[in-house]
Write a protein that binds this ligand. Sequence first.
Ligand code: 26V
Length: 811
Amino acid sequence: SIIKPDLSGFENTIRDYVRYVLGKPMTDATSTDLFNGVSSAVRKLLMDIRIETEQRYDRRDVKRMHYISMEFLTGPLLANNLLNMGIQEDVRAILKNMGLDLDILMACEPDPSLGNGGLGRLAACFLDSLASLDMPGFGYGINYDYGLFKQSIMGGYQREKPDYWPSRSSPWLIARSGEKCMVPVYGRIVDTEDIEGGYNPMWSEWKLVVGRPHDIPVVGYGGHTANRLRLFSAWASEDFDIQIFNEGDYFRAVERKISSENISKILYPSDSQEAGRELRLVQEYFLVACAVQDIIRIYLKQHDDFNQFSKKVAIQLNDTHPALTVAELMRSLVDVHGLEWDNAWDITTQTLAYTNHTLLPEALEKWPLAIVEKVIPRHLQIIYEINRRFLETLTVNYPDDPQRLHRMSIIEEGDEKQVRMAHLAIVGSHSVNGVAKIHSHLVKTGLVPDFYDLWPEKFNNKTNGVTPRRWLLSANPGLARLITESIGDKWIVDLDTLKALESLGRDPAFLEKFSMIKRENKVRLARLIKKTAYIDVDPDSIFDIHAKRIHEYKRQFLNVMHIIHGYFMIQEEGVIPTAPRTYIFSGKAAPGYFLAKLLIRLIHGVADVVNKDPLVSQWIKVAFIPDYKVSLAEIIIPGADVSEQISTAGMEASGTGNMKFAINGAVTMGTMDGANIEIAEAVGPDNIYIFGHDVEEIQAMRGAYDPGKILAQSPHIQRVLNAVNSPLFCGWENDLFFPLFDAVVNHGDYYMNLADFQSYVDAQVRLSGDYVDKKKWAQMTLLNTARTGIFSSDRTIREYAGEVWGLERQI
Ligand code: 26V
């Protein structure tokens, strides 16, 4: 049941905000002013729920779960907050009465893009599910001033611009200066003999950075529970600066202040590699130190020793980025709170759990000892001690196996010694999970088999999920309405009930309505394409969408090869496809990722040629929507007929976009990778297009794989790759795409585009044939919606709560 808040003062709160906070008469208020006014009226309602929720938790002394993540990709919050509180229509009416349009105001809200992609968006879906399930689950992150860069396209090239978001003034952020966290950083280790206890017994000359909390309330569906996402901004400590001020070096003091405040300045725009940068390590440590201090402070409000700690606190590490939590919790328990090492270690491991989100070697974090020692010398000592004890137990378990000890050590030996963050996280946690069945299997057998051998019971799977509130109820209001009219609204909190739609597939009238809604969503998407990519597309063509970060392993290149192939089939062989298709791409490339950026340029080069060709453009259109982000995904995904999920098998840990597309009735074109495998299982083989080599086949091929051989035997592939390497798509820039050609033809085609090309083309031909059978297609898409209820993040969170966190509903 939904508890609707009282809206009697709502209009006045908006008017008061404009008049007394902004100091303007209503008649001067801009749409953004009014968005802020409405949001602050909504925030008032949120605070009532938040305060009640916190009192309920305190009264019951509940166990709390803290999700520590460097990224939270929440997307705009107004629409979601209104829907979750059940007042969107009431507020729409109130505003209409004031002469205002809710949709126009909602469009003024910026996306807080405090994340790169899947990992950060998953964290946001989890917070929505936790609150909707009335569970005490909280987020800890960084309040970056600049989120992920804004992408624009110039001459087919990606341009990056800073994305300043109102990190100090967003209506959703509540600054909590009273709950500052003090973070010591840098400095050195001194002899401990004559130092007794104190805040940091052997770590001296550290400088202090202050973490200022900013809270975003997270209200669950139904309005019963509001948890919070706590984001820290870094501030220079005034105490410390005063010392330098006294020394008279004003400019040095100001410089230091600026350098401390850099810590929360900007999100690292890479979703793999880079690292190695000291500032990134400082960011990771800053987050962890603030979170641990805050968690302990909250715990100690109701307890006066640590005996109950792991019964009252669970901490989930979102990848290894917060893995320093292991060392920081130990430091706090031992150095600050005076616990014995063994006791502290039991508490630490019983509290922490770690999720792995990638197998890509370039994304596995390792930090050079030299940097760790410089930034957090005490933590390095603690890590050494953890490792010493760990290796000692290993010698007992594996007495004659020094090689194994080498492989498992938290410290990697070599020219430059490094801390292996995944090993630190695994040793310091009681649970290690992957994010889809196949991925969890590969974590155990491929990534860290030695750890699996030692601690098989630690390892488990939690297949990802997505919140149906944002990704269906809010993003696809037409479909949401039809579903509720047909089977009731239980699906919003129990997505498995979508199963009841299956039988409606035999009702032609229902199928017709279902298809009409997809058509309307495609019209809405076509408008977006016109507005952002300046291309006219036909809503009656197949909307075939590849939206995600641009990465070699995600194989946007394979998609482009297929488009070029289609172009030549029409152009040179007169083979017309069964149905016209619009290929839609959207996604950002890391600023330093040369091949990914070149691929964006290639997509635009191909789009130019194809879209201008009078014959081909009747059958194929190509569009790139710039600046992929949550708010655009909410328009793009509901408008899809086909969802491209074509990573090289074994490389996409799970994917979550794949789930959003399927729930919204798109049919997946995918490899047997990540959660695609579970989607195939759920929808059945007739309602998905699976192609390409599976993981076993890919692994068997490695080493012996010769793309040259495939190339030699396939005139079609030759034609496509020669075109990539020809002036055709280059405009006036000669040899522009040679590096993409080169990677595939001369450098081993690591991602095996050629190995999967023919089977991809065949599957696409089958798909085109099926699309023209309107009834068959409608049934397929309906079954995708009806059978993908298990991909609700509510299911994922229930699994974590029961099997990892020991977290209970607090209704
Ligand atoms: C790595 C790095 C390396 C240093 C610079 C900054 C940075 C930022 C993020 C990452 C982590 C990449 C891992 C990741 O995003 N994994 C994705 O997680 C999704 C949620 O589990 C999953 O669906 C995707 O398949 C997986 O690629």
